[in-house]
Design a binder for this molecule. Structure first.
Ligand SMILES: Nc1nc2c(ncn2[C@@H]2O[C@H](COP(=O)(O)OP(=O)(O)OP(=O)(O)O)[C@@H](O)[C@H]2O)c(=O)[nH]1
Ligand SMILES: [Mg+2]
Length: 305
């Protein structure tokens, strides 16, 4: 190849899987949604919202990044929690690149060291650290954090960002694209996620349960889709979903006085689902007791985890 040919050569396409890893509640899913440009992963102010590995695809000029959103890494005695932490750890194992996210306003050293230990088992894997929520911290504190983190692991880059305010996100994408291996895209140009619509619908309902209930209830809840029927005659989709709880008392709380709580959860979820599907939706919710499901591996599997 002569010099002229070399200069005209298009740079090779880059693509790969980037696992998003971090402590609970640091903003992993918020960031995923921003980078993909669509809400595919639910978020909440409470920790341990995400329970599955959810791929979100970012399409850029000359690259495709398949982000893997994961549950927050933490230590727990509960078998259900251990199960979801395993989901995060396996995503790190299969990724080409790891995006570690930390909350710059609230360090969590226990979770952070679990993640760094895991990274060290994957010799040579490139990792980027995104220090999120910089809208909440002063600059000197941020510099201190960068200094502390750079001693824990050899990150290819450390990028301060705010997922919520959209600060430094193009810079983060560019930094990631630089580290990706060369290769053809894994997904077609219009694909945003690998999760079926039914899954996202169930998650949207679970998000409203997280928002409306307190104490242990969000952690005792799972949602399954029982029926998902297109109804062209009425021009809508008809969805029946079950909210599973662990005890009778929790069932009463979710239903609420005269069914008020369940009605609010349903109305808010329906609006989000209509946005997702782009069609009117009839949503019917019912609440079921699946006694202590989160302590029973078989029941955990049955509910989709
Ligand atoms: N101020 C501020 N809040 C943020 C930012 N990013 C996320 N949040 C908030 O942080 C909370 C947690 O966000 P999530 O995206 O659900 O966090 P996560 O890391 O996915 O949490 P888990 O799935 O529970 O591990 C939510 O209330 C978000 O609105 C940010 O850049 N700035
Ligand atoms: Mg999440």
């Amino acid at each position: 190849m002569n010099k002229e040919q070399q200069e005209n050569k298009e740079p090779a396409f880059k693509s790969g899987f980037a696992a998003i890893a971090g402590a609970p509640n640091v903003g992993k899913s918020t960031l995923l949604n921003r980078l993909v440009g669509e809400k595919i992963s639910i978020t909440s102010a409470k920790p341990q919202t995400t329970r599955n590995r959810i791929a979100g695809i970012a399409h850029g000029e000359g690259y495709q990044i398949v982000f893997l959103d994961t549950p927050g890494v933490h230590r727990s005695e509960r078998i259900f929690n251990q199960k979801i932490v395993d989901v995060a750890m396996s995503a790190i194992e299969e990724a080409d690149l790891v995006l570690v996210i930390a909350d710059s306003s609230r360090p969590d050293s226990a979770s952070e060291s679990l993640i760094v230990e895991k990274l060290q088992t994957r010799t040579g894997i490139p990792a980027i650290l995104a220090l999120n929520k910089i809208d909440l911290v002063e600059k000197p504190k941020l510099l201190e954090l960068i200094d502390r983190w750079s001693k824990t692991y050899e990150f290819a880059e450390i990028v301060p960002v705010s997922a919520k305010e959209g600060i430094q996100l193009p810079e983060l994408l560019e930094a990631m694209a630089r580290l990706l291996p060369e290769g053809p895209p894994y997904y077609p140009e219009d694909a945003l996620t690998d999760m079926p619509e039914r899954f996202i619908v169930a998650e949207m309902i679970r998000e409203k349960v997280f928002e409306h209930t307190g104490r242990e209830i969000p952690y005792s809840t799972a949602v399954t889709i029982e029926d998902f029927l297109e109804d062209p005659e009425r021009g809508r989709v008809s969805i029946h979903a079950a909210i599973h709880v662990e005890r009778n008392s929790q069932k009463g709380i979710i239903i609420g006085r005269q069914g008020q709580m369940l009605k609010e959860i349903g109305t808010e979820a329906r609006k989000d689902i209509e946005g997702l599907l782009g069609t009117p939706v009839f949503l019917k919710l019912f609440v079921r007791v699946e006694k202590n499901w989160s302590k029973n591996p078989k029941a955990i599997r049955k509910l989709g985890y």
